[in-house]
Structure formats: structure tokens, C-alpha cells
Design a protein around this ligand. Sequence first.
Ligand code: ATP
Length: 426
Amino acid sequence: MIIGIDDTDSPYGGCTTYLLTRIIEESGLDLIGFPRLVRLNPNVAYCTRGNAALSATLGHGRGKPSVIGRLGSADLESYPEGEDSGDMLKLMSLAEEMVMAYREDDPNTNPGIVVTRERLPGSLYRKAVSSFVSREEVEEILRQYSAAYTVMGNGRGLIGASAAVSWPEERCTYELISYSHPYAEIDRAVKTKISISVEETGFTFDSYDAESGRSCMFPASRTPVVFGIRGRSWRDLLDLKRKRIDPEGLTEERFVVFRTNQATDDHIIGDPENILEGHSYAISGFITSDPWVIPGGHYFAWMEGRPGRVKLAAFEPTKGFRNTFRNLRPGDFVTAYGSFNSGSLHLEKLEIISTSVLYRRQNPLCSRCRVRAENRGRSFFKCPSCGTRYDLPEYVRIGRNVDPGRYDVPSGSRRHLTKPFYLSRD
Ligand code: ATP
């Protein structure tokens, strides 16, 4: 059986990932594969943080299990395969009970729970990660697949819960999340020390933002999450935790490795013909304006690509990335990645494929006197000293402050789904 849950938390706390670990624990069933943390369209207006939804396959495990976490004092084992045994309605009522117990009493928290025997179609995931899905479409699919489902509040959570179940895992990374319920305060210096130590191993990404000195692996707000470390190998994450984090003695009640679609670029639609609000794209084309800045340090520039003229935006939180952006010039050929919102493409990363060669026009130098001729009209220059006439100006090549290359925004301002270029190298 596959369970999906979403929208059980609010901006003030709670965490759907924690709730899933509690459901796994209480179900009395084996975990087959990894619990899945699935990020959906980051442009959905009502999402409070990272638009995360969760799912897990539960049943009777077969094969040799691997330890992928700890729940209280017991290891959490994951089986490579399993039989689809278990009572769907029993699992549903357990999940309902748990959601009721943990859900935040907030009007913007609208839980949805799905239990199904069959994985829902990958097309649902692809639409939910890159576009918008209606509750009606989802309910139609759930009926076709004879899935059981429950909604609370306005039931919006059903969309995410179903999309999480439908994720086909074409690309994946892992996140090891550690929990302490209730929340335990950690000293800032300890957070920084751990984040730097973890990041320098090269086995994780987005744990520490060196540019701002921010420890990205620790949550900014009060949640049951102690930390989350992200990587491409779940074994490396477990190893890293054991060697670099456990010796620090942080309060921890449980931890679990999730398989995720983070850092996969799954939300990006490549080479679009048209662009729509709330969708994310990779668009190639020429820069057609000098960049300009508005109060607050937000930079913009125009580009011309397949969909036509597109306004690019590098906002203040992208910090040093703006230094690259503001040095773009007309004629530079780029691929811009980002979400199209309020009329501009909010850059998540940028590849500069080639830079244009720029020249400055200036008055010619008199070959006899070595002084600059004066401009006396269109194509008419005259030496102020000897009076020699020149018809053509000089063109001097201007040095560029930006090189072709791949530029990421800093970790602290990166979207969960964005794949940093440095992960694409191998
Ligand atoms: P989290 O805090 O867990 O990172 P969040 O608070 O940012 O996530 P949710 O609480 O999951 O976001 O709320 C997002 C809501 O949007 C959910 O109800 C989900 O079902 C819905 N949703 C997600 N993706 C889509 C989509 N593509 N189209 C329409 N609704 C969506």
C-alpha cells in the first residue's frame, strides 16, 4: 500500500515529514523502499514554505533490509521489495488519527491523505511539479485507481498527497532529517561549526552558505526538525551523520533518510515556445539590454529567446550572483533558469554560453601631433593642433567583467528543486 499526505503544517510550526515517520512507526507494517519527500510547484501561491508532500510504501517486506533511520530506540529498516499486504482502511484511519493529533489548527492548513494499492500515474506528478492541478482532476484519478482518500479543511492537501504518490523517481537525491519533539534550542556557534564541517566533506549540498555564513541545514523556524542534510548517496549521509554530527551530542529523538526530488530541476520546462505565470523554465537567448537596478538591490535585464522578449530578474537575496548578472551586456548568449512570476523570470541559475565583444567609439588620435582630434560633425574630426582632418572614429575593445560559465545562486537562496550546476558536473 502506498500512503500520501500533505498540508498538515502551518507557517507556525509542525512538519509533515515528522508526521509520516509517526505513521510508519505506528502502522506495524514494514517500510518498502524509502519514505519520499516530494517537492511540488514552488510557485503555488498558498504554499507556506517549500511545497513539500510525503509518501511511503508499507506492507510485508521481502529481501535484506537496510537501516535508514532510527525511531526512538528502534532502528528503521527499509526493505528492497515487498508484498502489498495490509488493510487500506486501517492505515487510513491511523493516518487520520495522527493528522488530527498533529495538524496545526490554522485555517491555511488543509490536510489530504491518500491510500492506494497502485502507484498513481507519473503524468500527475509531472503536472503538479511544473504547473497547477485542480482537486477535480485529482479526484478523477483517485476514483480510477480505486484509492481511498480523506480531506480536512478545504481539502487542498489532496493534490499534494496524490502527487507525492505519483512521483516516478526518474531523478532523485536524499535528505537525512533528524527530529526532536518538542523543539530543542541549539547554539548558533554549534550550528555553524557543524554546517561547515558537513559541507566541507563534499558529500552534501546546501548545508552551509559560505557567502552569507548561514547554516542552511538547520531550520530557521521552530519545527520538530533538528537538521536536514542533503546528498546523492544515502549511505554517505548516514556515514556523515555518524562521524561529523553525532559527536556533537545534539538532542535527537529520531532520524530518517528520505528519497527526494530535491535538486533535480524537475520543475523546469526546457526551451518553451510560450511562457506562463507560475511555471519555471530554461530559456536560451541573447541579452538585449544593459541590466538595471531598482531600490532594494533587485536587478533586471531583457533577453530575447524562443518565447520572445523576456524580463530576467536577479533579486536581492541572490546576493553575489547579482555581480555576475549586472555585468551582462547586449549580445551575450545565455540560458536562464527560473520561475516566471509577475512578468519576470526569477533567476535560479544562469549559464553564460558566450559573451559579446564590445567596443567603445572615440575620436581618432592625430598621427602627427599625438593629440585627440575634435569632433566637428558626423564623420568629421579635426586635429586641434595641426588641423588635419579625419573621417573615421576609433573603436576600442572594452574588457568584460564576466566570463562564459555556469553561475548558481548561493545555497541560502536556492529553491529546493533547483539542481545546482556543481551537481551536474558528473
Ligand atoms: P512545507 O511547509 O511542507 O514545505 P508548504 O507549507 O510550502 O509545504 P503545503 O502545506 O504542502 O506547502 O501547501 C501547499 C498546498 O498546495 C497543498 O495543499 C498542496 O496540495 C497544494 N499544491 C501543491 N502543488 C500543487 C499544484 N501543482 N497545483 C495545485 N495545488 C498544489
